[in-house]
Design a protein around this ligand. Structure first.
Ligand code: ZN
Ligand code: ZN
Length: 379
């Protein structure tokens, strides 16, 4: 769709309609917080450590069975093994994610140690990602300030070459969008491995980057030793599983923040509750939500209280949030998503860029709100 004045007019009208009903539509942060049972805000070191060990044991178990998988099921078995390895490495990532938010324990030093223990073995520099991820949470659905996955406007899209415009539509691109593209090369937020990248603004952050990246490098070297110094084995049993972990990461985060009806706001329109309410809970089913520490089906609760609620309290907090948001039409978003991989690929094909830059409210051209306005305008 080419830029047109009609687009801007329509979005401006949608914004007027949206803003007009805003006070009725949104509860305050305090109202939401009061609805959550008090014990959901309690952080327990034994519980957090238990889940960390659980993920280590599962990953060790997967490494233990891989010779049998290859022997009995050959490359299709190995492919399936990669898939589950990617998933359980993402579970481990979620434990480090809690540490980064300070919900692993009440103590910063405990969070920093366990965060590195969870993230360094899977090539995620703990402190740098903690920073970029904090910005994602602080400014969720803010056009410019949200980090982690960039919001693409009509103007951005049109100024890009064919390859960049269409890269996300390639099904295999998901394997590379986390690592190396996002964390290592640093597109678009800056490298998480290079202390002098644009992600960091002071020397403390640069030193933290050097420490976290060095710990990743030590883990990679240890993996190389465990692979008997074989580059082939290192790639096959360490690097490729990490690419699958990246695919899971990209898929999970993409599905939490993207669908046809999502709204993105500009400075002046955005506020915290509006931004967080653009997050989506998705049920993957088959026990996966529990194994992934509810990063999938408890993400709205996580977003509102990212420094306060540990992952094991998210299901209960989610029930409370569903109740408190129930009177507000179309605010709480929940989707059954058993076909999560297909949904991820479908949305990557369908959602290209946001319309309405300069009006305060941006949305996809396929959103029902935008389409209804178009129809009423044409009638
Ligand atoms: Zn998020
Ligand atoms: Zn988070």
């Amino acid at each position: 769709m080419a830029p047109s004045t009609t687009t801007t007019e329509l979005i401006t009208e949608t914004r007027a309609e949206f803003k007009g009903s805003e006070p009725k539509k949104l509860p305050t942060y305090e109202e939401i917080r009061k609805a959550i049972p008090a014990h959901c805000f309690e952080k327990s070191i034994p519980t957090s450590v238990y889940y960390l060990i659980q993920d280590y044991v599962i990953i060790a178990g997967l490494y233990y069975i891989v010779p049998y998988v290859e022997y009995y099921a050959s490359w299709p078995g190995l492919l399936l093994w990669y898939w589950f390895m990617g998933m359980f490495m993402s579970s481990l990532f979620c434990v480090g994610h809690d540490a980064g938010h300070g919900t692993f324990s009440e103590y910063k030093w405990v969070n920093d140690i366990f965060g590195h223990l969870a993230h360094a073995p899977i090539m995620a520099p703990f402190w740098p990602w903690q920073k970029s991820h904090r910005l994602h949470h602080t400014y969720t659905s803010h056009l410019e300030k949200d980090k982690g996955h960039p919001w693409v406007t009509e103007e951005d899209h049109m100024s890009r070459g064919w390859f960049v415009q269409n890269f996300a539509k390639f099904p295999l691109s998901g394997l590379f969008r986390w690592n190396p593209i996002y964390t290592f090369v640093g597109l678009p937020d800056g490298s998480h491995f290079w202390p002098f990248s644009k992600l960091f603004t002071n020397n403390t952050e640069r030193i933290q980057c050097a420490v976290s990246a060095s710990l990743c490098a030590i883990c990679a070297y240890a993996a190389f030793v465990l692979c008997d110094y074989s580059v082939y084995n290192f790639i096959k049993y360490y690097y490729v599983p990490l690419l699958f972990q990246g695919l899971w990461m990209v898929m999970i985060t993409y599905l939490q923040h993207q669908d046809e009806e999502i709204e993105v706001y500009e400075e002046g329109t955005w506020n915290f509750v509006m931004g967080q309410s653009q997050t989506i809970d998705r049920t993957y089913g088959f026990g996966m939500d529990k194994m992934l520490h509810h990063i999938t089906d408890g993400h709205v609760a996580h977003h509102f209280f990212f420094t306060k609620i540990p992952h094991y309290h998210l299901p209960e907090a989610t029930v409370a949030i569903q109740k408190v948001l129930a009177p507000y039409k179309n605010i709480y978003k929940k989707r059954s998503c058993y076909d999560f991989l297909l949904e991820f690929l479908r949305l990557n094909m369908k959602l290209e860029y946001l319309l309405g830059k300069g009006t305060g409210l941006l949305m996809y051209g396929v959103s029902s709100k935008y389409q209804n306005l178009r129809k009423s305008k044409a009638a």
